[in-house]
Ligand binder design. Structure first.
Ligand SMILES: [Zn+2]
Length: 222
Protein backbone atom coordinates (compact mmCIF):
# COMPACT_ATOMS: atom_id res chain seq x y z
CA UNK A 1 0.00 0.00 0.00
CA UNK A 2 1.66 3.22 -1.13
CA UNK A 3 -1.25 5.55 -0.70
CA UNK A 4 -4.19 6.13 1.57
CA UNK A 5 -7.27 8.31 1.34
CA UNK A 6 -8.27 11.43 3.22
CA UNK A 7 -12.05 11.65 3.55
CA UNK A 8 -13.58 15.08 3.13
CA UNK A 9 -17.04 16.56 3.05
CA UNK A 10 -17.43 19.21 0.37
CA UNK A 11 -20.78 20.43 1.70
CA UNK A 12 -21.03 24.16 2.22
CA UNK A 13 -23.44 24.01 5.15
CA UNK A 14 -21.39 22.94 8.11
CA UNK A 15 -21.98 22.44 11.79
CA UNK A 16 -20.89 25.92 12.85
CA UNK A 17 -19.00 26.25 16.07
CA UNK A 18 -19.33 24.75 19.50
CA UNK A 19 -21.93 26.73 21.44
CA UNK A 20 -20.16 29.62 23.26
CA UNK A 21 -21.62 28.71 26.65
CA UNK A 22 -20.51 25.09 26.34
CA UNK A 23 -17.09 26.21 25.16
CA UNK A 24 -16.75 28.40 28.26
CA UNK A 25 -17.66 25.41 30.40
CA UNK A 26 -15.01 23.28 28.66
CA UNK A 27 -12.35 25.98 29.16
CA UNK A 28 -13.29 26.45 32.84
CA UNK A 29 -12.94 22.71 33.47
CA UNK A 30 -9.63 22.47 31.60
CA UNK A 31 -11.15 20.21 28.95
CA UNK A 32 -9.99 22.26 25.97
CA UNK A 33 -7.13 24.65 25.35
CA UNK A 34 -8.64 28.17 25.38
CA UNK A 35 -6.23 29.28 22.65
CA UNK A 36 -6.11 26.51 20.03
CA UNK A 37 -9.31 24.67 20.99
CA UNK A 38 -7.70 21.23 21.24
CA UNK A 39 -9.47 18.74 23.46
CA UNK A 40 -7.20 17.36 26.16
CA UNK A 41 -7.28 13.58 25.51
CA UNK A 42 -7.21 12.95 29.26
CA UNK A 43 -10.55 14.76 29.51
CA UNK A 44 -12.42 12.98 26.72
CA UNK A 45 -14.67 11.25 29.25
CA UNK A 46 -15.71 14.58 30.75
CA UNK A 47 -17.67 15.46 27.60
CA UNK A 48 -21.13 13.90 27.38
CA UNK A 49 -22.57 15.83 24.46
CA UNK A 50 -21.80 18.61 22.04
CA UNK A 51 -24.04 21.58 21.28
CA UNK A 52 -23.33 23.71 18.22
CA UNK A 53 -24.48 27.24 17.49
CA UNK A 54 -26.33 26.63 14.20
CA UNK A 55 -30.11 26.72 13.88
CA UNK A 56 -30.43 24.47 10.84
CA UNK A 57 -29.96 20.79 10.20
CA UNK A 58 -26.80 20.35 8.12
CA UNK A 59 -27.28 18.59 4.79
CA UNK A 60 -24.09 16.63 4.92
CA UNK A 61 -22.79 13.25 5.97
CA UNK A 62 -19.61 14.39 7.65
CA UNK A 63 -17.99 17.48 9.07
CA UNK A 64 -16.10 19.14 11.86
CA UNK A 65 -16.96 21.71 14.52
CA UNK A 66 -15.38 25.14 14.65
CA UNK A 67 -13.50 26.14 17.82
CA UNK A 68 -13.27 22.53 18.96
CA UNK A 69 -10.29 20.54 17.69
CA UNK A 70 -10.44 17.52 16.99
CA UNK A 71 -13.93 16.38 16.20
CA UNK A 72 -15.45 14.40 13.35
CA UNK A 73 -19.18 14.22 12.69
CA UNK A 74 -20.96 11.43 10.90
CA UNK A 75 -24.54 11.20 9.68
CA UNK A 76 -26.32 8.10 10.90
CA UNK A 77 -26.07 6.62 7.38
CA UNK A 78 -22.33 7.18 7.15
CA UNK A 79 -21.93 5.92 10.72
CA UNK A 80 -23.68 2.71 9.81
CA UNK A 81 -21.53 2.20 6.72
CA UNK A 82 -18.34 2.58 8.73
CA UNK A 83 -19.62 0.66 11.73
CA UNK A 84 -19.55 1.49 15.42
CA UNK A 85 -16.54 -0.64 16.19
CA UNK A 86 -14.38 1.07 13.60
CA UNK A 87 -15.52 4.56 14.60
CA UNK A 88 -15.19 4.15 18.34
CA UNK A 89 -11.50 3.36 17.87
CA UNK A 90 -11.06 6.98 16.77
CA UNK A 91 -12.07 8.34 20.17
CA UNK A 92 -15.19 8.96 22.22
CA UNK A 93 -18.58 8.93 20.52
CA UNK A 94 -21.09 11.46 21.91
CA UNK A 95 -24.45 12.86 20.78
CA UNK A 96 -24.57 16.25 19.09
CA UNK A 97 -27.42 18.73 18.83
CA UNK A 98 -27.89 22.30 17.73
CA UNK A 99 -28.87 25.02 20.18
CA UNK A 100 -32.55 24.22 19.59
CA UNK A 101 -31.99 20.65 20.72
CA UNK A 102 -32.50 19.28 17.21
CA UNK A 103 -30.85 16.65 15.06
CA UNK A 104 -29.36 14.52 17.80
CA UNK A 105 -30.63 11.38 16.08
CA UNK A 106 -29.22 12.30 12.70
CA UNK A 107 -25.58 12.72 13.60
CA UNK A 108 -22.96 11.42 15.95
CA UNK A 109 -19.88 13.27 17.05
CA UNK A 110 -16.51 11.64 17.62
CA UNK A 111 -14.09 13.39 19.94
CA UNK A 112 -10.83 12.28 18.43
CA UNK A 113 -8.23 10.93 20.79
CA UNK A 114 -5.20 12.82 19.52
CA UNK A 115 -2.84 10.36 21.22
CA UNK A 116 -3.32 8.14 18.20
CA UNK A 117 -1.55 10.65 15.98
CA UNK A 118 -2.23 14.35 15.78
CA UNK A 119 -1.20 16.59 12.86
CA UNK A 120 0.69 13.93 10.96
CA UNK A 121 -0.58 14.66 7.48
CA UNK A 122 2.31 16.54 5.93
CA UNK A 123 2.91 18.55 2.79
CA UNK A 124 5.75 19.41 0.40
CA UNK A 125 5.23 23.09 1.20
CA UNK A 126 3.35 23.33 4.50
CA UNK A 127 2.41 26.48 6.34
CA UNK A 128 5.09 27.34 8.87
CA UNK A 129 4.52 24.98 11.83
CA UNK A 130 4.02 26.56 15.25
CA UNK A 131 3.61 25.72 18.91
CA UNK A 132 0.46 26.76 20.75
CA UNK A 133 1.65 29.35 23.26
CA UNK A 134 -0.88 28.14 25.84
CA UNK A 135 -0.86 24.31 25.73
CA UNK A 136 2.46 23.75 23.94
CA UNK A 137 1.10 21.44 21.26
CA UNK A 138 2.48 21.43 17.74
CA UNK A 139 0.32 22.86 14.99
CA UNK A 140 1.24 21.64 11.54
CA UNK A 141 -0.90 22.46 8.51
CA UNK A 142 0.06 20.73 5.26
CA UNK A 143 -1.19 23.58 3.08
CA UNK A 144 -4.48 23.86 1.21
CA UNK A 145 -6.26 22.42 -0.70
CA UNK A 146 -5.74 18.68 -0.22
CA UNK A 147 -3.65 17.47 -3.15
CA UNK A 148 -0.96 15.10 -4.29
CA UNK A 149 1.42 17.35 -2.33
CA UNK A 150 0.06 15.88 0.88
CA UNK A 151 1.58 12.74 2.30
CA UNK A 152 1.85 10.60 5.39
CA UNK A 153 5.01 8.99 6.69
CA UNK A 154 4.94 5.22 6.80
CA UNK A 155 6.21 5.33 10.39
CA UNK A 156 3.09 7.26 11.46
CA UNK A 157 0.56 4.78 10.11
CA UNK A 158 -1.22 2.67 12.73
CA UNK A 159 0.70 -0.52 13.37
CA UNK A 160 -2.37 -2.56 14.27
CA UNK A 161 -3.83 -2.69 10.78
CA UNK A 162 -6.71 -0.28 11.37
CA UNK A 163 -8.41 0.74 8.14
CA UNK A 164 -9.92 3.98 9.50
CA UNK A 165 -7.76 6.33 11.51
CA UNK A 166 -7.06 9.97 12.28
CA UNK A 167 -3.75 11.74 11.87
CA UNK A 168 -5.13 15.27 12.12
CA UNK A 169 -7.40 14.36 9.18
CA UNK A 170 -9.75 11.42 8.74
CA UNK A 171 -7.89 8.77 6.76
CA UNK A 172 -8.65 5.30 5.49
CA UNK A 173 -7.13 2.51 3.48
CA UNK A 174 -7.84 2.23 -0.27
CA UNK A 175 -9.82 -0.96 0.43
CA UNK A 176 -12.19 0.74 2.85
CA UNK A 177 -12.73 3.70 0.53
CA UNK A 178 -13.11 1.75 -2.69
CA UNK A 179 -15.12 -1.18 -1.37
CA UNK A 180 -17.34 0.27 1.36
CA UNK A 181 -17.60 4.06 1.19
CA UNK A 182 -17.30 5.08 -2.46
CA UNK A 183 -19.93 2.62 -3.84
CA UNK A 184 -22.63 4.17 -1.61
CA UNK A 185 -22.11 7.56 -3.32
CA UNK A 186 -22.88 9.66 -0.26
CA UNK A 187 -23.59 13.20 -1.38
CA UNK A 188 -20.67 15.61 -0.79
CA UNK A 189 -18.33 12.90 0.50
CA UNK A 190 -15.07 12.82 -1.42
CA UNK A 191 -11.65 11.34 -0.86
CA UNK A 192 -8.18 12.55 -1.78
CA UNK A 193 -5.32 10.22 -2.39
CA UNK A 194 -2.29 10.85 -0.16
CA UNK A 195 1.13 9.35 -0.78
CA UNK A 196 2.86 7.24 1.84
CA UNK A 197 6.53 8.22 2.04
CA UNK A 198 9.46 6.91 4.05
CA UNK A 199 11.06 10.33 4.52
CA UNK A 200 9.56 13.82 4.84
CA UNK A 201 9.97 16.33 1.99
CA UNK A 202 9.19 19.44 4.03
CA UNK A 203 12.65 20.00 5.53
CA UNK A 204 11.52 19.09 9.07
CA UNK A 205 12.44 16.00 11.12
CA UNK A 206 10.46 12.82 10.51
CA UNK A 207 9.92 12.08 14.19
CA UNK A 208 6.95 14.00 15.61
CA UNK A 209 8.63 14.73 18.93
CA UNK A 210 11.80 15.96 17.21
CA UNK A 211 9.71 18.07 14.87
CA UNK A 212 7.91 19.63 17.85
CA UNK A 213 11.23 20.41 19.52
CA UNK A 214 12.69 21.87 16.32
CA UNK A 215 9.70 24.20 15.95
CA UNK A 216 9.97 25.22 19.61
CA UNK A 217 13.72 25.81 19.28
CA UNK A 218 13.02 28.24 16.45
CA UNK A 219 10.70 30.18 18.76
CA UNK A 220 7.67 29.66 16.53
CA UNK A 221 5.13 30.23 19.31
CA UNK A 222 1.68 31.41 18.29
ZN1 LIG B 1 -3.39 25.08 22.67
Amino acid sequence: MDYIYEITSTAQAGFGQVHPQLREEFVAKGIICPHCGRIDPLHLNDIDRIIVNVDYVPKTHSGVIGKLVYTELFSSQFYEILGHERIQRLGRVVPIENHLGQFQNRFKCVLIDERQGDDKVRGDTPNEPSICKVCGRLRYWPGWPPSEKWYVLRRDLPKDGRDLFHLGFLLCTPELWEQKIKPVKLKHIKAHRLRILDEPTDGWPADHQELTEAVRAKGLLK
